[in-house]
Design a protein around this ligand. Structure first.
Ligand code: SF4
Length: 297
């Protein structure tokens, strides 16, 4: 199974809307699976729907400190050693109190406590869920727990699940919808992919962020293309993006005009090509080029 990652340096560029429409059209031609790697804000299920059962598994990707109150002799050593201000002294209980949101699981408090009154334990950091979309193909989505770190590890687990399903079901293509930016979950989404598509729009912020996204995919040596969303909102900056692509020999895979049909689709919780079939021709061109690029035509 081949894997393509769709990313955008900047949030709000229309990445998930574009992924949903591409997925619906690709599923007419290929056996596909979609991975929602935006584990901070997994929203693809809202657009693609989820019919039938949803299977979820918990991911334990970080550790935290837990007080064993009956062993604590109230020496306050842990309060002094914590560099993250995660332990406060409770005068009322005469015991330390650990703030789970501030604890980084470094283990210093466990090490310093002579009474072994602190245990470091693995904790749930999120989950990955698998379901069938309303359009027949499978979707794996990752969900980070509030206040947790380890988003990259959740994406790693998600991609493991996508690969396993792809192997067992003999699928052709995985479409991975990355988070915005170039941080840890994006690195986990893009590494090892066969191709990347960078979604951008004609704004100064987007062009700047696209340069960082290009740097990222180049670092991993991944062939990539650009889609300019809402390209007709600012012809001058759109021309700058074309120029950037030209100088870096990056093919432009699609130019999507600003169209209220996308807003309409979002309001109705549907892929744009389903809500507004006049967009199908445009997206067919994009998916055909992707299939050609990936040897899946
Ligand atoms: S594990 Fe580290 S961060 Fe967490 S409470 Fe202990 S010293 Fe603080």
């Amino acid at each position: 199974m081949k894997e393509v990652c769709i990313l955008s340096g900047k949030g709000g560029a229309g990445k998930s809307s574009i992924v949903a429409s591409m997925a619906v059209l690709l599923a007419d031609r290929l056996e596909i699976i979609v991975g929602d790697c935006d584990v901070d804000a997994p929203n693809l299920a809202l657009i693609l729907g989820s019919s039938g059962d949803v299977e979820c598994e918990t991911i334990r990707a970080s550790e935290k400190a837990f007080l064993v109150a009956e062993r604590c002799k109230s020496r306050k050593k842990c309060v002094r050693v914590c560099r993250f201000n995660a332990i406060k002294w409770s005068a009322r209980n005469s015991k330390p109190e650990i703030n789970e949101f501030l604890c980084e699981g470094c283990g210093a408090c466990e090490y310093i406590c002579p009474d072994r009154a602190i245990d470091i334990k693995e904790v749930d950091t999120g989950k990955i869920c698998y379901f069938r979309s309303d359009y027949g193909f499978g979707v794996v989505s990752g969900h980070l727990k509030i206040g947790e770190r380890g988003s990259g590890k959740i994406v790693d687990s998600l991609r493991g699940k996508v690969s396993e399903i792809g192997r067992v079901e003999g699928l052709d293509l995985a479409l991975l919808d990355s988070a915005a930016g170039i941080g840890c979950p994006v690195v986990s989404s893009v590494k090892g992919c066969d191709r990347a598509i960078i979604i951008t729009e004609p704004t100064k912020a987007a062009i700047n962020d696209s340069k960082r996204a290009i740097e990222l995919v180049r670092h991993f040596g991944i062939p990539h293309s650009i889609i300019i969303n809402k390209y007709d909102l600012n012809h001058e900056i759109a021309a700058d993006i074309e120029d950037l692509a030209d100088r870096n020999e990056i093919p432009i895979m699609g130019r999507i005009p600003y169209d209220l049909a996308f807003t309409d689709a979002l309001v109705n919780g549907l892929p744009a090509v389903i809500c507004n079939p006049h967009l199908k021709k445009l997206f067919r061109g994009i998916v055909e080029e992707l299939m050609l690029n990936m040897g899946l035509d």
